[in-house]
Design a protein around this ligand. Structure first.
Ligand SMILES: [Zn+2]
Length: 347
């Protein structure tokens, strides 16, 4: 007999302009009347006013401004959680969403993710990226019950956040390629459907990579489906490979770590050169979206990247990627200096 997997995926999904103003209506439809709202501390006052107005018909039992994405703040929120709550809402940037998601997981309550930008695929993944005693960790958490993306709100967010989302999405090319390498070298089982979903999401966005209403919709949907691909196979493999290892190593060692998706995007193109596939598609996507231009305006340190690449294979034990397959350092050194897309990104 087959062993059916228990996969939780969002039941409520809205990606459209004005979705934020209808949040109360969506909550009501699912009988979520008593709510806890976690929002980014530095949220624009106008957005906070809008969400407050949208939820005017519900009973918002607690409003928690989130300053730190730490497991300690999620635990303290859990201890102070009022009784009789139907759902948790996370509203704003990554920190608020990660804490709210973990609060939903600890309390067993349905969680609604309402991101105000699309800078990475974390808003709909089965993990929370939180610090534990000051060190960043990826902790298992529950998938959101609902994802509500107001595409007009996300379109109005700073362009650099959008580019970060583009970089994180591009990683699906190299993540899936690393997954296949791991299968051939170590027998790591590839979940075909998750890999297919991951591939399809990036291809759909590449067909229309513009920063407009339609592009925000496809980017938001693609990042969400990536999270679902991870939930389906119970691993981060469909969305994260050697490019994420390099970014994690940079987070740990760089004097000034940048936005996740900016690091991941550049590392994705680099990894694609090592893997010998998809480089043209990735470079084309980055040219079309202005990703390269943004990186060139605030260049990375070549020395820091070489150090990160040296440390990257040891970041996750037993996680086979192109970086494990051979000593890539001499190739990386050459690529960072001489590749026509990479060289202008480094000093
Ligand atoms: Zn990522």
């Amino acid at each position: 007999m087959l062993n059916p997997k228990q996969v939780t995926i969002p039941s409520l999904v809205r990606v459209k302009p004005g979705a934020l103003d209808r949040l109360g209506i969506y909550a009501q439809r699912h009988q979520f009347r008593r709510l806890v709202l976690c929002h980014s501390q530095d949220l624009q006052p106008a957005l906070l006013e809008r969400v407050t107005r949208a939820l005017a018909g519900q009973e918002v039992r607690q409003v928690l401004p989130i300053t730190a994405a730490s497991v300690e703040s999620a635990q303290s929120a859990f201890q102070q959680l009022p009784g009789e709550v139907d759902a948790i809402i996370g509203f704003g940037g990554g920190k608020a969403l990660d804490v709210a998601k973990y609060l939903g997981f600890l309390s067993g309550l349905p969680y609604l993710a309402v991101p105000t930008s699309l800078s990475n695929d974390g808003f709909c993944s089965p993990q929370s990226s939180l610090t534990v005693a000051g060190r960043r960790r990826s902790l298992p958490a529950a998938m959101p019950f609902g994802v509500v993306i107001d595409s007009a709100v996300c379109l109005a967010a700073p362009e650099i956040l959008w580019l970060s989302g583009v970089g994180d999405l591009a990683a699906k090319f190299t993540a899936v390629a690393d997954w296949k390498l791991a299968f051939h070298a170590r027998g790591t089982v590839v979940d075909d459907f998750a890999a297919l979903l991951s591939d399809a999401t990036v291809m759909q966005f590449i067909a229309h990579p513009a920063r407009d209403a339609e592009g925000v919709k496809t980017l938001g949907t693609a990042l969400m489906l990536n999270g679902i691909a991870m939930a389906i196979c119970g691993s981060s493999r469909p969305a994260s490979g050697s490019e994420h290892l390099i970014s994690h190593a940079l987070d740990a060692t760089s004097a000034r770590p940048r936005l996740h998706g900016l690091q991941v995007g550049v590392a994705t193109y680099l990894a694609s050169r090592l893997q010998g596939q998809h480089s043209e598609s990735i470079a084309g996507l980055f040219t079309a979206t202005g990703f390269w231009k943004a990186i060139e305006q605030d260049k990375f340190s070549r020395a820091e990247w070489l150090e990160a690449a040296r440390r990257a294979p040891a970041i996750k034990t037993g996680f086979y990627t192109v970086l494990t397959a051979r000593d890539c350092l001499p190739e990386i050194e050459l690529l960072l200096r001489e590749d026509r897309f990479l060289a202008p990104c480094f000093v």
